[in-house]
Design a protein around this ligand. Structure first.
Ligand code: ARG
Length: 394
């Protein structure tokens, strides 16, 4: 091992990892930090990485790419793992894998490294991604290899080696955050019967503190992409961040879930995903207005498979790419406006319109304007029920 590119967050684990890799493998360490959620202080991040012994650090704001190439396909697929988790972390990992490989190639490094634990899904997503994109690269996962048994031991190690670490008190939870949502686990949450304490949530307000008056938001879509809020055009990242704020104020998008991890265990996870919750709801509602019944139903079957692929770390695979093409076929029609009411922790669709709408008031109405040919109904049922006629006759 000569040169290693490490996915670096600036936290205690990856800071210790810089020095640990240098000492254990005698390799030069280049750090790579991606912003796909909060934008951190670049200067501080670089200072920390250098104090730990990094020779160089790449700091890149990848939010726009994350939104365009990962969030949009997931939105089109209505991807929610086990019907609930909108996959924020799962979508961020292949992006990180892609850039780790790009930088490793640019730096002529022979290895990449990450700070994932040996028990989670994230190691799979990064390593399978890296292996798919460049099988020559070796991968090191210090957290699976080193002998530190506690946070305190890592802090001692950092102190011994004059590695700069944040003085802020560590949250009792393990948190991963990006613009598509926050994942919160561990600590008291490990007891699945215990209600999450209010301090576990970072982005959403409790119902006791949400505004009394509901808030209406009109979300405009063009070709399947959310493009405006209340008539005002917005770039996707800004629109997502704004919906996180508004939804968060109304307590929208809290998810408390037992989930089946890829590594075989069940875990209790909390998620906060106001924007993802609202956009999935709105996009699916618009889709139901502009696509026919069979298409709409079959699409839902494929959503289930797609969510699994994303969760299982199989982003860079032929099936995921093929499914993306399927979901893309009808997005041109997913153009229009969805009106959503935010109220008491809920997002509720209250109105929809589209130039591609298949809804016909003349056919649906119960009023005198009705044009539905009810004389045809009798014949329809005769033939529709024909295969079953008399089947259960006693
Ligand atoms: N369970 C979720 C997933 O597998 C979230 C993982 C969060 N990661 C973390 N390091 N806290 O996608």
């Amino acid at each position: 091992m000569k040169k290693v590119v490490l996915a670096y967050s600036g936290g205690l684990d990856t800071s210790c990892a810089v020095r640990w890799i240098r000492d254990t493998y005698g390799a030069e360490v280049v750090c790579f930090s991606a912003f796909i959620g909060e934008v951190a202080d670049r200067k501080l991040l670089a200072k920390k990485a250098r104090s730990a012994g990094a020779s160089k650090i790449y700091i890149e704001d990848l939010k726009a790419e994350f939104a365009r190439d990962f969030i949009v396909p997931a939105l089109w697929a209505h991807a929610k793992y086990e019907g609930k988790y909108p996959l924020a972390t799962s979508l961020g990992r292949p992006l990180i894998a892609k850039h780790l490989v790009r930088i490793a190639e640019k730096e002529k490094a022979d290895c990449v490294a990450h700070g994932c634990t040996g028990k989670g899904n994230d190691q799979v997503r990064i390593e399978v991604g890296v292996k798919t994109l460049n099988p020559k690269l070796k991968v090191i996962a210090p957290l699976r290899e080193w002998s530190f048994n506690s946070r305190e031991e890592e802090i001692d190690y950092a102190k011994q080696h004059a590695i700069l670490i944040s003085a802020t008190k560590k949250s009792p939870y393990s948190i991963d955050k990006n613009i598509w949502g926050i994942a919160i686990e561990a600590g008291v949450l490990e007891d699945p019967w215990k209600e999450p304490p209010e301090d576990a949530y970072l982005m959403t307000r409790p119902l006791a503190r949400v505004p009394k008056k509901p808030l209406y938001v009109n979300i405009g879509f063009k070709g399947g992409i959310p493009v405006s809020l209340n008539g005002k055009p917005m770039v996707l990242v800004a629109l997502i961040e704004r919906l996180n704020q508004l939804g968060g104020q109304y307590g929208v998008g809290r998810i408390d879930q037992i989930e089946n991890r890829l590594v075989g265990i069940k875990s209790r996870e909390l998620y906060e995903a106001p924007a993802a919750t609202i956009l999935h709801l709105a996009h699916e509602e618009l889709e139901s207005l502009v696509t026919d019944r069979e298409f709409f139903h079959y699409r839902r079957v494929l959503s289930e498979k797609y969510s699994e692929l994303v969760y299982y770390g199989l982003w860079f695979t032929p099936l995921r790419e093929a499914l993306d093409q399927f979901f893309a076929t009808h997005q041109k029609r997913v153009t229009g406006v969805i009106r959503v009411r935010l109220e008491q922790g809920n997002a509720i669709v209250v109105g929809r319109k589209s130039p591609y709408s298949l809804y016909s008031e003349k056919l649906a109405t119960y009023s005198a304007k009705d044009e539905f040919d009810r004389t045809a109904a009798e014949g329809f049922m005769k033939i529709w029920g024909l295969p079953y006629e008399g089947r259960l006759k006693k």
